[in-house]
Write a protein that binds this ligand. Structure first.
Ligand code: GAL
Length: 446
């Protein structure tokens, strides 16, 4: 049985959002454009109202959203800072109005007894920095360091919980290798330097936070996916190993002092071309926690024609398994598989599930959203997590993705992940039944 008490009194319960997906107000109060604004304007699917320009209007609706977060019983809120809202050119001139927005947001959280958890980078690089090469240009490290100094000096007396990067594998892989996310770059000569510079920003971000924020609790977040070979043939098993190196090990291993997983994925060797003389020594981190974001698993088969990986992910609908609106298999054991996998690294201390959730088509009937499928998704994933806690694995918290429906990157607004429904015509909110389920669950003491 799932009970709140089994998780213990100190377990952290929260909900998560990010700036580019929820704030909107893309050109208000002096904000500069981010790579997602530019990417959307150039993409057929994301132009006009399909892009992030309005989001879920969090910039204006945040008092109501934070009120609802509290109403549902969450005591923690994960959000990200829009770099180009506070530094419109990515560096140099500071936009005071941007800083005051985050002061208002943080102050409101604190007033309501909600702990703010701040992600420094959730994919929305200032366009001005992309114009200089973005993550593929080594100068990004200095720009990032300056940005983190600014943010942590400004908010460090009020915010103690920090995440350096959100899912670096996703923003470098999908944005700089596959070109499907902003900034739409492709190929190894973009991806490998972007990957390496992001990996270097993990310890550098950590160091800056620690130097400016006394009593900070510092981590970073990783995408993670259960990886299962399609068959036990040597070829499929090896294909799954390469995929695992790419999707699960790429950033955590350098952070843990193990270097890049080049043995499993030899193409990564070319990254050494981008190494500076001390990089090997800089890469390891000493995080207080790592954030894991398990949503699903992938079944992998060998496929020679796929460059570098020679591996193919077999889509969930092809496998006739239950799946979400993202075509992600609903596979609750991923929780335990991922917690065990990452807890096995000897340098991992605490683990927090910094995102988990599901998109399903929601229907508003008489002002209500009866989202049974999402509710079962949470119940079944939380049961797995509860067992991890009971078995003594070091999981300390869980954040729902997401507080409200919002802009789902290349998928625009179609997939709805929120506990709170957003009507994008007038930005009104309706708490979904899954939100009320959390309210009941979190209010129980047994
Ligand atoms: C994560 C990402 C979030 C959100 C979620 C659902 O990869 O950090 O921004 O979009 O997936 O796709």
């Amino acid at each position: 049985m799932l009970t709140r008490r089994a998780f213990g009194d100190d377990f952290i319960w929260g909900a998560a959002t990010s700036a580019a997906q929820s704030e909107g107000a893309w050109n208000e109060d002096g904000r500069g454009p981010s790579i997602w604004d530019t990417f959307a304007a150039q993409s057929k699917n994301l132009s006009g109202n399909n892009g992030p320009a309005k989001g879920s209007d969090f910039y204006h609706q945040y008092p109501n959203d934070i009120r609802l977060l509290g109403l549902l019983g969450f005591k923690n809120f994960r959000f990200s800072i829009s770099w180009s809202r506070i530094l419109p050119n990515g560096h140099g001139r500071i936009n005071q109005k941007g800083l005051s927005f985050y002061h208002r947001l943080i102050d409101l959280c604190l007033l309501k007894g909600i702990t703010p958890w701040c992600t420094l980078y959730h994919w929305d690089l200032p366009q001005a920095l992309q114009d200089k090469g973005g993550w593929a240009n080594r100068d990004i490290i200095n720009y990032f360091e300056d940005y983190v100094h600014l943010v942590t000096n400004e908010f460090g007396d009020k915010v103690k919980h920090w995440m350096v990067l959100n899912e670096p594998t996703a923003f470098t892989g999908v944005g700089y290798f596959l070109g499907l996310h902003a900034p739409g770059k492709r190929g190894l000569s973009q991806f490998l330097p972007a990957m390496h510079h992001a990996a270097l920003c993990q310890p550098i971000g950590e160091m800056v936070i620690r130097s400016n924020v006394p009593n900070s609790y510092v981590g970073t977040t990783y995408s993670c996916t259960g990886i299962h070979p399609h068959s036990q043939s040597v070829q499929d098993v090896q294909a799954a190993e390469r995929m695992d190196a790419m999707l699960n090990r790429l950033f955590v291993e350098p952070a843990m002092g193990l270097g890049y997983p080049v043995k499993s994925l030899p193409v990564l060797r070319k990254v050494y071309d981008y190494f500076g003389p001390n990089d090997e020594k800089i890469l390891p981190c000493n995080f207080d926690f790592i954030g894991l974001q398990p949503y699903t698993r992938e079944v992998v088969s060998h496929r020679f024609i796929i460059p570098y990986l020679q591996a193919r992910l077999i889509p969930a609908n092809e496998r006739s398994v239950q799946h979400t609106a993202m075509n992600w298999e609903v596979y609750p054991p991923v929780m335990r598989e991922m917690v065990e996998k990452f807890a096995a690294y000897s340098n991992v201390k605490d683990i927090i599930i910094t995102e988990n959730g599901a998109a399903f088509p929601d229907q508003v009937i008489d002002g209500r959203i009866d989202d049974q499928q999402r509710q079962s998704y949470f119940v079944n994933h939380l049961k797995e997590l509860q067992n991890c806690v009971l078995d003594g694995l070091p999981v300390k918290g869980y954040f729902v993705w997401s507080l409200t429906d919002n802009f789902e990157w290349a998928e625009s607004y179609r997939p709805r992940f929120g506990l709170i429904y957003v009507d994008y015509e007038d930005q009104t909110r309706i708490v979904k039944d899954s939100g009320y389920w959390f309210q009941r669950f979190l209010s129980k003491t047994n």
